[in-house]
Design a binder for this molecule. Structure first.
Ligand SMILES: Nc1ncnc2c1ncn2[C@@H]1O[C@H](COP(=O)(O)OP(=O)(O)OP(=O)(O)O)[C@@H](O)[C@H]1O
Length: 556
């Protein structure tokens, strides 16, 4: 772009900003009211997309927080200074989001949608009950000195703030963490991301904006009752606007707000009795025709986090043994999938866990990595007791894993997948960069490729790079070599051997016996949840009990 073009763009931007700021001075009452609607829906849709865009938790609770803000203003507006009223509304919104979020953000998919819709209705009913039985009147009057002009400028300030916060969030590690959670919450947790805390924090932030918007809007109505403040249509309109514009980017929702505010304006005037039907139709059309919103048509970037140089690994003090599993069991109802398993792993060792299908190998790995809580026994890692810790806490201690059914975050690029495992790293020494790790696993030329576009084998390589990005002391590989052709297998075995030579400790569940023989110093063999043999690969594979357990299995 030439210098004069840039100057022209700056001038146009400044002229637009001046026109927006001075809008109440030259707009008549009708257009000012439209401007107010555009602004308040912009804030609501941007705040909604801040949480729901990256996580894909579709929330219909917008009006719950908006209504609480409006009601807080109605209750306090005539007795308290206005800034105090806005702070109180923010506090009520944040507190309600914290309480409800803590109990429900473990829900996902349709359960969260239903909950969020129910929350808005529950709060509406509680407010009606309070008003009728305690306050003895259905609604409240709010007379304040807030004119339409002041209302507009308050909303404009709040719009600027929501964009600033959204921009900062997108640039922060929480932005990438949210997207990682949205792409694959399990993989994110095993990469050290505390999914519950990240989701809760951003849910509260988003709800706070919604509540303050409700408070700012309250003086517009003068008379506030639950039907106005908690009108469920608002929640649906916000979802439709954010989806039309594109919920995956910061400025996407506003592209949906402007045309839809105008359209809804026309519809309420021309089809007041069929408004909801038209709303539903628009929703269906948007989801079918523009799954990534208007902004998706331009391939506009998502909120990206610069990779930078990763945090470095600490010189960890090794305690022998690195892992001590003692009497671990795991039951599913009446099925004892893992039964009284004990073994130790010393630093730098590769231990093989083998056994026929269904013998409990993956379940054992799941108890070690925090995906499942053991029903009995203890697991100590580097001296720390892992029982009771959650997946992200175990990952942060330096215990990484790959999955039997490969789990990458498909919408994130290869580089972002690796970066996700570094977001909450507490390491402080020098470690391999993301780039070095990708070179190591053979993905050095694919940094910007979306992980979902990789072949199955490359996804496995990426999973390993992501596990290594945690700078782990122990890596659990669950059939990482499965499905490789002979030359890929050779490369895979050589790669694992290199990791061992660098001092990494590995537990590998594997059916490929050539790999077990080539890599493992020691094996445990499981059958029906119990350990039936242990020793070197040659010893266990010659054991008649093992041969019998495999029933002449092809590899053994
Ligand atoms: N979440 C679960 N709920 C109920 N049963 C389960 C669950 N996970 C595993 N199981 C059962 O526990 C047993 C052990 O399964 P697991 O997947 O650990 O075996 P595996 O040795 O890893 O098998 P494979 O080699 O086929 O992967 C099986 O009978 C399985 O059906």
């Amino acid at each position: 772009m030439t210098g004069s073009m840039r100057a022209l763009l700056w001038c146009a931007g400044l002229a637009l900003a001046a026109a927006v700021v001075t809008y109440p001075v030259y707009a008549n009452g009708y257009y000012l009211a439209l401007g107010i609607s555009v602004l308040y829906f912009t804030i609501l849709a941007t705040a909604w997309a801040m949480f729901s865009g990256p996580t894909r938790y579709i929330s219909l609770a917008t009006v719950a927080f908006f209504g609480l803000g409006a009601y807080t203003a109605a209750v306090l507006g005539e007795t308290m200074p206005w800034p105090v009223v806005l702070l109180a509304a923010a506090g009520v919104g944040a507190l309600t989001a914290a309480i409800t979020g803590l109990s429900t953000l473990r829900l996902s998919g349709i359960y969260f949608v239903i909950f969020s819709f129910g929350l808005a209705e529950l709060i509406r009913q509680l407010v009606i009950w309070y008003e009728v039985n305690i306050h003895k009147s259905v609604g409240r009057y709010l007379f304040s000195g807030v004119t339409q002009d002041i209302l507009y400028w308050q909303l404009l300030g709040l719009t600027a703030l929501v964009f600033l916060v959204g921009w900062l969030l997108g640039r922060s590690r929480y932005g990438l963490a949210l997207r990682a959670i949205g792409a694959d919450e399990t993989a994110a947790s095993h990469s050290g991301i505390d999914a519950t805390r990240v989701k809760l924090g951003v849910f509260i932030l988003s709800a706070t904006f919604m509540a303050v918007t409700g408070a700012v809007m309250a003086p517009r109505w003068t008379y506030i009752d639950p039907a106005i403040a908690f009108n469920p249509t608002i929640s649906f309109q916000v979802v439709i606007m954010a989806l039309l514009g594109g919920a995956g980017s910061l400025f996407g929702p506003v592209l949906g707000v402007i045309p839809l505010v105008l359209l809804f304006e026309v519809l309420t005037a021309t089809l007041p009795n069929h408004f909801s039907i038209v709303l539903g139709l628009i929703f269906v059309l948007i989801v079918m025709a523009l799954p990534n919103g208007v902004i998706g048509l331009f391939g506009a970037g998502r909120w990206r986090v610069p990779l930078g140089r990763p945090a470095a690994a600490s010189a960890r003090t090794m305690v022998a043994p690195l892992l001590a599993v003692d009497g671990v069991g795991k039951s599913f109802g009446g099925l004892r999938a893992v039964d009284d398993v004990s073994f130790k792993v010393s630093p730098g060792e590769i231990i093989g866990v083998i056994g026929p299908n269904g013998s409990g190998k993956t379940t054992l790995l799941n108890t070690l990595s925090g995906a499942l809580k053991p029903s009995s026994g203890t697991i100590r890692f580097g001296g720390a007791l892992l029982n009771g810790l959650r997946a992200h806490q175990i990952a942060r201690l330096g215990l990484a894993r790959t999955f039997q059914l490969v789990r990458v975050m498909p919408d994130l690029t290869v580089a972002e997948n690796v970066a996700a495992a570094r977001l909450f790293s507490t390491s402080d020494g020098a470690g391999a960069t993301a780039s070095e790790l990708l070179d190591l696993v053979g993905l050095g030329t694919m940094h910007e490729t979306p992980a979902g576009d990789l072949t199955y084998i490359d996804q496995k390589r990426l999973e390993l790079a992501r596990a290594l990005a945690l700078q782990p002391r122990l890596v659990l590989l669950d059939e990482w070599l499965a499905g490789l052709n002979p030359s890929e297998l050779e490369t895979g075995i050589a790669l694992i051997a290199r990791l061992r030579d660098r001092g990494l400790t590995i537990i590998m569940v594997e059916h490929v016996m050539d790999a077990i023989r080539a890599l493992c110093s020691h094996c445990i063999v499981m059958s029906a949840g119990s350990v039936i043999a242990r020793g070197t690969p040659d010893e266990v594979l010659a054991d008649p009990k093992v041969v019998a357990a495999y029933l002449g299995g092809e590899d053994a």
